[in-house]
Ligand binder design. Sequence first.
Ligand code: GTQ
Ligand code: FE2
Length: 361
Amino acid sequence: MATRRFRASEPELDLLYGSFAERSLQPLWELSGLLTPEPRVQGLPHRWPGRELRELGSRAGDLVPVDRGGDRRVLACCNPGLGGAPYAVSTLWAAVQYLRGHEVAPAHRHTPAALRFVVEGEGVWTLVDGDPLHMGAGDLVLTPSWTFHEHHNPGDRPMIWMDVLDLPVVAALDAVFFEEGPSEEADTRTAPRSASEGWYAGAPGLVPVDGPALPAHRSPLLAYRWADTDRALGALLRTTGAGHAALRYTDPVRGGDVLPTMRCEITRTCAGAATGLQRQTGGRVLCVLHGTGTVRIGDERFPAEPGDILAVPSWSPWSVEAGEQMDVFSTSDAPVLEALGLMRTQDLSAAGAAARTGAGR
Ligand code: GTQ
Ligand code: FE2
């Protein structure tokens, strides 16, 4: 794209502007919209209904093969505010992947990190650097940056899940690398439990004294099981007596986020209760696991049900209002903003407002 040429009514100045453009320069004093008082966010609040994702995934399953070349049968959520880019929010790729019975999605690796969250079904195995991880409803499975991964479905039933990748961040940094797996043969091993869980998910709060060298930038645990998440949510609700509870998935050894670019959390909201209205810098993708209700994002109120994927653009207030008890999984780019000192949060609920007044601010 050629450098924009600015115009001035004074002939000498106009000539100067012409020279700027010829030399790929632009005068800041003619530019606007760069340093805005608040983020000028292109992404819009949006909902992709689970029902439609399942139906369209299944139709793609009937028509589109997966193999080398096709590789992944994935439908990317394209935020309508992002000018056609295949991103759910400006910093996160979110998609559904559909794998029919007896299908294999061949091994590859890439620098963008991925995570998978399963809403329903079970039976697909993801091998991450050769470690077989079973995927079932409510499980979170990680595919960190540059780890080889392949999916296979040994059963007869198709399965669908959500993928979230930090692809837009890695692409913006011009750091995308990709390569296919070393072997033409699919690795269709299964195992009762992954090696990563054997090392790091033996019991809460216990980690090996002489474990393998820890990966530098991410959790060594690659699967977070629904049975554990469910138990923890229930325990937290009983402990606090509040109407909702939120948990963060963490590196069991060092306590940080599971991935250097993506924070994973899950909220349980009791029937008739609501989470606080909050906003923060950076994008977020929600996935409804259980229950129905309303998800407020910015000025929109979306009716929500299991399988829905929702986009929360940067600085948009959001909350969950549960009709029946709701479990909502969330991924955000918070670790990136925190690492760069750019995280801002604001509590817009009544409690947050009272706290601000009370503090005399
Ligand atoms: O399953 O490996 O949604 O490589 C996008 C890119 C899934 C995957 C996506 C991928 C994958
Ligand atoms: Fe991949």
